[in-house]
Each structure stands twice: as C-alpha cells, then as structure tokens.
Design a protein around this ligand. Sequence first.
Ligand SMILES: C[S@@+](CC[C@H](N)C(=O)[O-])C[C@H]1O[C@@H](n2cnc3c(N)ncnc32)[C@H](O)[C@@H]1O
Length: 272
Amino acid sequence: MTSQTDAVGGKYDQFAQAGTTEALGGNIHAGYWDSGAEHVPMAAATDRLTDLVAERLALRPGDRVLDVGCGNGFPAVRIAETHDVHVTGITVSAEEITRATALAAESPAADRVAFRLADAADLPDDLGTFDAVFAIESLLHLEDQAAALARLRRFVRPGGRLVVADLCQREPFTGAAEAVLAGMVRTLEIAGINSEQEHRDGLRKAGWDLVELLDIGENVRPSYELAAQAFRRIADAAPPFAAADIVTAAELMSAFGENPSSGYVLITAQRP
Ligand SMILES: C[S@@+](CC[C@H](N)C(=O)[O-])C[C@H]1O[C@@H](n2cnc3c(N)ncnc32)[C@H](O)[C@@H]1O
C-alpha cells in the first residue's frame, strides 16, 4: 500500500471507531430520494442507492461480484442477499474488514460474502475473476483512477458490468466551493472530485465502454445535510482522535450539499 492508501485506511478506521457508521445507519454513501419522497429516512434512502447500483450490474444468480471500497459491508451483504450472488468486498481499512465480516456472519448470505484488505490502486493478482464490479464513493480516494480502472478491467469477464456511484463537479468549483473541496481533500482524504467529462475520459482511457451516465445529484442532495446532522450528534461523545475531524467533516458536507455545482454520477460501463 502507498502512503495515500495508508492515510485513507487510517481515516476510515478512526471514523468507524468514532461511531460514524452507526450515525449514518450503516452505508457510508449518499441516499437516493425520488421526488416527493423526502419523508424516507436516510438508512432506507442509502439502501435505495445500493439497489440502483445493483440493478445496473445485470446480475444473474450465482454471479461473482467485486465491491471496490466496501466500507462496513452493507452494500455487499445487501446485494448478495437480494440477488443471490457471491460478493467479495475490498477496503484499505482493517476496522471496516472487522465490521463487514461481523455483519456478513449474521446474514443468510454469510457463505457468499467475503472481505479482504486490498488496495484498489494495486489489486492483488490472486483476487479472482468477476462477472461484475461496483464502486460506491470509493474512486474519489484514488490518485490515478484511470490506471486503477484499467487494472480492474482485467479481473472482469468480457461483457461484465462496472457500476460507479460518485460525486462530481457540474461546473469547476471556484471561490468558497473550491475551499470546501480543499477541506474535503484534507479532512476526508479524498484525492479529488471529477467532472462528468473526467469520469467519461477515465473510463474510456481504461478500456471500459460507457453504457449510461446519469447525474442524480438532485436525488441525493438531502444526504449531505442529513449526514452533517448525524456527525454533529456524535461529535461531543467522539474520541479525541476523531472529534475535530468529525466537526469539520459535518461543516464540509453541509457546504458541499448547498453548492448547486455539486453533482453525483451513477455510471454503468461494460468490459468490451
Ligand atoms: C465513502 S466510503 C464508501 C464505502 C462503501 N462503498 C459504502 O457505500 O458504504 C469509501 C470506501 O472506499 C475505501 N477505499 C478508499 N481508498 C481505497 C483503496 N485505494 N482501495 C480500496 N478501498 C479504498 C474506503 O476504505 C471506504 O471503505
């Protein structure tokens, strides 16, 4: 692992130990609200996003699926249970592996879910081969997404799907928005946030065929303020090693959500 991935893993270890997972309801990603469905709670809305990802993977029972940046295992376990598939999740956080493994052990799909400490930027040769792969809000931590996506392609069968859910910049962030982005880079260990075009270019350079790219930024927008509120609720009781970052992260997420240039892409691609 590189110093960047060590730093990312350490950050997710700390946030998990500080209770952010429980505060967010399990998934560490945005929720999806259909228009007029604002009453849907965060945990249900984040599961809805997982379901939108899974629908696009074109899964068949028994398929082998890779979850790149699996967090605490909630998306992997949900997809294994609902689609009768095998899911391997990778992350650079040892704390997440412990939590994801415990979550899977309680699942009816326990024998079809596994987690492994591995770097998406340097996938191990013995990872196996997959029918489909997904990455929910993990690629933004990678310095060279195109290189990672190119290597990832080699682990997926021809015709297999890749689904990416990630933040995007609709217009280049300037002024206060640029300062918020700089804060996210520092506090959340992200490498950057792509424009829609950068997402497209990265996939093409990596040899993936684009099937669909949706900007669902307005459907996920309530997530940022809800996540900020959840972080503020736990900040006072958070351990000293994470308390300041949790307060800062809450303010950054809130500001990010208020910026109309903050988009969110749901991308489906296919290995030729
Ligand atoms: C925002 S969280 C999303 C977690 C999960 N996908 C979810 O939706 O609940 C980002 C995840 O990406 C993982 N991650 C970041 N950089 C990574 C890398 N280089 N290799 C593997 N996982 C990585 C983090 O450890 C974390 O689990």
